[in-house]
Design a protein around this ligand. Structure first.
Ligand SMILES: Cc1cc2nc3c(=O)[nH]c(=O)nc-3n(C[C@H](O)[C@H](O)[C@H](O)COP(=O)(O)OP(=O)(O)OC[C@H]3O[C@@H](n4cnc5c(N)ncnc54)[C@H](O)[C@@H]3O)c2cc1C
Ligand code: SF4
Length: 337
């Protein structure tokens, strides 16, 4: 177990003032660099003495990474924009309210004042064995402590397990996937733009990483096209305590209706798999159908096909079935401001 009384291991603190300088520093230092945004996830790792980077690249002095820019074809949100700014932003509240709503239930007001969108989507899994410094698969070892007969796995995955059964914990991500957001990454070879759902990787591809970023990469911006601006939205998060807590499960949908019929839809869930899940099978099955509880019922059943519960998390199957149902049938009534 980690010793948490001792001081943090020493590191170099680098404070660039432009995204280009930050990227160059990341490239020069390579594997030994740690990107620090708001520090909510970063400081846990450092103070618990589990991650010991050579240098911290602190993004807090880079103005160009902050703020929301409204354009004719959508929004550009700088990676260093705080969750509070996103929740309060008039255009996000008006036209992309699913994101404002999702972000408004992250953690606590104090955390949202400091935490950034780039950090929220890039945060690591919350599995307590891994966070406690146990040498599991994700930490580079040869065992999963959560997936054993006595493992504590109530919060863990029902889909996508591959040695690691931890889940992706972000609340903002399903909303971003539902809005068809694009992540802009600055790297050694220039800039690349990645669909939100492709930013994340599962343990079958790389068990020690949660996203596609390579040493030298920096997430600079999240773009939201106006394709779903003003659509019907639904977001719901289930957690153990309503004061602040990570999701046991969350769902986000963006739906275009003709009358009560579903013309187009994007729907995603999180906290059920090591990477966020876009439910393409549900999207295909409900297009052209009315947004009713019958359609929602059918969608919920489809969504949980193939789920494999662990010893203590079978409750997530009916939970996911019902949330998906509500994300379709409840879309007419959903209001958030
Ligand atoms: C008590 C508590 C409760 C929480 N509850 C919730 C919750 O209910 N829902 C939820 O979604 N989250 C929750 N969180 C997680 C929290 O929202 C995230 O830790 C926070 O959003 C991370 O943002 P940050 O700016 O502090 O990032 P940091 O902690 O600085 O960074 C997080 C990770 O992202 C990487 N990173 C940050 N910015 C970039 C970038 N621009 N490019 C590439 N990599 C980057 C960092 O290297 C690090 O690995 C909780 C955290 C705490 C401490
Ligand atoms: S679920 Fe993943 S992070 Fe947790 S102990 Fe198993 S391998 Fe490690």
């Amino acid at each position: 177990m980690a010793v948490i009384r001792d001081v943090m291991p020493a590191f170099d603190l680098l404070q660039p003032t432009s995204a280009a300088d930050a990227q160059r520093l990341l490239e020069d230092i390579g594997d030994g660099a740690w990107i620090m945004a708001g520090g909510l996830d970063s400081f846990d790792w450092l103070k618990d003495r589990i991650k010991k980077p050579q240098a911290l690249v602190d993004l807090s002095g880079i103005e160009e990474l902050r703020g929301v820019r409204v354009a004719s074809d959508g929004l550009e949100i700088g990676a260093m924009t705080t969750l509070t700014e996103i929740t309060n932003h008039p255009e996000i509240k008006k036209s992309y309210s699913v994101l404002a709503e999702a972000v408004s239930v992250v953690a606590s007001p104090q955390i949202r004042n400091q935490a950034t969108l780039g950090g929220n989507v890039s945060q690591d899994v919350r599995c307590w064995y891994y966070r406690g410094g146990w040498p599991c698969y994700r930490a580079g070892g040869n065992i999963c402590y959560a997936d054993t007969p006595v493992g504590r796995n109530r919060e863990h995955a029902i889909f996508g397990a591959n040695r690691c059964v931890a889940v992706h914990p972000s609340d903002s991500v399903p909303a971003l996937v539902a809005l068809d957001a694009k992540f802009v990454v600055k790297g050694a070879k220039g800039e690349r733009v990645i669909d939100a759902e492709d930013y994340f990787i599962g343990p079958e591809l790389d068990i020690t990483h949660i996203n596609i970023l390579q040493p030298g990469d920096l997430l600079t911006t999240i773009r939201i096209p106006n394709t779903y601006a003003g659509a019907k939205f639904y977001f719901e998060k289930i957690r153990d305590r309503n004061v602040w807590d990570f999701p046991l499960l969350n769902v986000a949908s963006a739906i275009k209706l003709s009358g009560n019929n579903i013309d187009d839809i994007r729907i995603a869930v999180n906290a059920v798999s090591p990477r966020p899940m876009r439910l393409r099978n549900v999207e295909a099955a409900v297009k052209g159908k009315p947004a009713t509880s019958e359609t929602g019922e059918m969608a919920g059943k489809l969504a949980v096909q193939g789920a494999v519960p662990l010893q203590f998390n079978a409750y997530k199957i009916p939970l996911m079935r019902n949330l998906v149902k509500r994300a379709i049938a409840g879309v007419q009534e959903a209001t958030w401001a």
